[in-house]
Design a protein around this ligand. Sequence first.
Ligand code: ADP
Ligand code: MG
Length: 589
Amino acid sequence: MKNLWRVIQFIPEYRGRVAGVILVGTFLGFIGTATPYIYKGIVDVISQLFSGKITLDSATASVIWLLLGFFALRLGVVLFGALQNKQADDLWLDTVSTFRQRVFDNMTQKSIDYFEKTRVGEIMDRFGNITTITMWLSSLTEGTLANILQMFFILVVLTLKVPVVGLMMTGILLFNFWISYRTIGWTKPHRRGWQEFAGRMTGLLAEMVGNIATVRSFGGEPAVKQRYDDTQAQWKVARDNLHKTQWRSEQALNVVNTFGVFIAVAIITHGALHGRFTTGDILLVLTLTQTLITSISPISRQINQASEIESASERLVELLDVASEQADKPDAIPLTQLKSITFADVSFRYPGTEEYALKRISFHLDAGETLALVGSSGSGKTTIVKLLMRFYEPTKGVILINGRDLRDYQQRSVRAIMGVVLQDVALFNDSIGENIAFAKPGASELDIKAAAEAANAHQFIARMEKGYETMVGERGIKLSGGEKQRVAISRAILKNPQLIILDEATSALDSESEYLVQQGLEKLMSERTSIVIAHRLSTVMNATNILVLRNGEILESGTHAELANKPGGLYAHLFALQTQGRKPLVGIS
Ligand code: ADP
Ligand code: MG
């Protein structure tokens, strides 16, 4: 239960309200135990009347009091029941909302490494556990604890009245709980499998939906369907085993409980025949035993589910436990003005990998200059940018900004001065205007439009049916690559950053889009510090310094003029390849 406990501690402020719900529940349980006494009273009065022990008048008087008492108790049930119902539902609503909000906040802080390695569906599935867990906790506070207290009252009453029956029923109850508890252990492996496969199925679905175009174009439907079906078959087996185990325990308990009730009835009837109990006593004991037996199964079920909830909690806690981003140092300072960026002997290995993705990278970039990174894919270009944004920390060496360790700055302030345009543009399923304004919440329409104009995006947006209000669809699916790219550039222009980072911003585009995008980029880059990663060397020719990377190492560095004429150089070779037999690319004069 340690995971569930941790989950509960995630929302400690509701303790008082939980206690309130339990208190009202206790009261309800108490009324539940008291009611059969009224039945007993009425039956006893009537049998005394029939055996001539009391007069009709005194019998009537007693019955009236008893009826009034009965009415008061029922009214109590109605009122407290209504109160508890409202209380408990409000409580659940608040806890589930607070919980989701906290986990969501928490997720925004997770290290990038986690997101790079985890399936979206997996995260969704774990997130969904919040509902299951809070529901269970809610029914525990609302019904089950009160039920348990009621059982306790009943056992006390029974033991005082007929000790044999009371003790026997206590034994039976303990046996019930023991078996339910043991069942948790017996079902554990099946249950874990069951949840794991369910999570995997959600993951597969999310992956299929996200990659539908690829799946279709490769005719991959049978393959993904097969994977899904296989997982589902495993899920079914696990679920079936789980249920079989539970079913066996449940049936065994039913048999034991039936015998228990039978023996209780036999004992009490035998006693009544020998004049030890009144007719009312028989009714009292029968009602109480029956109530006891019927309230066992919801409690057993709750105990049974406890393990499900515990493993759901485990999955949720794992989600919460994922390393968060590096926290800022307590005395971290804000970065306001970028003056220089220096990589000093930086080597880097991704967590959990052996191979170094970057080896002894050193360079220096002053404000206003442009650094270009060139190299085949996998050579480490993007990794350099990730380190600069502090998504990861260098394994060796140090990154300096304005001559000071990057780790001395507040991370948000470092990222705030950067504007990043990537090859794979991330858009939200929102309007184009909102997507541009993402860089600067609260930006005016005028600013948004100006940014879009500068990025050559305004023309195509204005042509759309709803202009800036047009929804872009999931991940911007309704826009072409070039259009998305220009939205991303508008976003960066609106942010007006001191440092521009372009990671293959134009490599997926056709020449015409590239021309349009390029113009936007030039406006964005003019008079700003920039880091440009590009396959097409046309984009990097004007850089102050070009680094040619191979396998995470700097192979060559210098200006275009220096590198292009270096005999036997990689850059010279690539440049020759790209210019051979082709019209000069846009940007080459
Ligand atoms: P580039 O941008 O030059 O194409 P990257 O910087 O993306 O190359 O990748 C450099 C190397 O690091 C590659 O070998 C790549 O497989 C590896 N790599 C990239 N991201 C991760 C990651 N999250 N975990 C492990 N290895 C990674
Ligand atoms: Mg890359």
